[in-house]
Design a protein around this ligand. Structure first.
Ligand SMILES: [Fe+2]
Length: 64
C-alpha cells in the first residue's frame, strides 16, 4: 500500500466521522438530547486523529 493510499483511507475515516457528527447535530436541532459522552468522543477524534495525526502527516510529509 502506498502512503497516498493510507492518506486517502484516512480521509474516508474522517468523512465518515463528519457524517456521524452532522447526524448527531441534526438530531439535537430536532429536539433530541445531547449525548455528552458521544459528543466528547467525536470532538476528541476530530482533534487527535484528523487535526494532529492526519493533518500533521500531510503538513510534514505530503506538503512540506
Ligand atoms: Fe487530509
Amino acid at each position: 500500500m502506498y502512503c497516498i493510499d493510507i492518506m486517502k483511507e484516512e480521509h474516508r475515516n474522517i468523512s465518515y466521522m463528519l457524517s456521524a457528527i452532522r447526524k448527531a447535530c441534526v438530531a439535537i436541532l430536532d429536539g433530541g438530547e445531547v449525548n455528552d459522552g458521544e459528543m466528547r468522543r467525536m470532538i476528541d477524534f476530530t482533534r487527535s486523529y484528523a487535526d494532529h495525526y492526519h493533518h500533521g502527516k500531510e503538513e510534514k510529509f505530503l506538503f512540506p
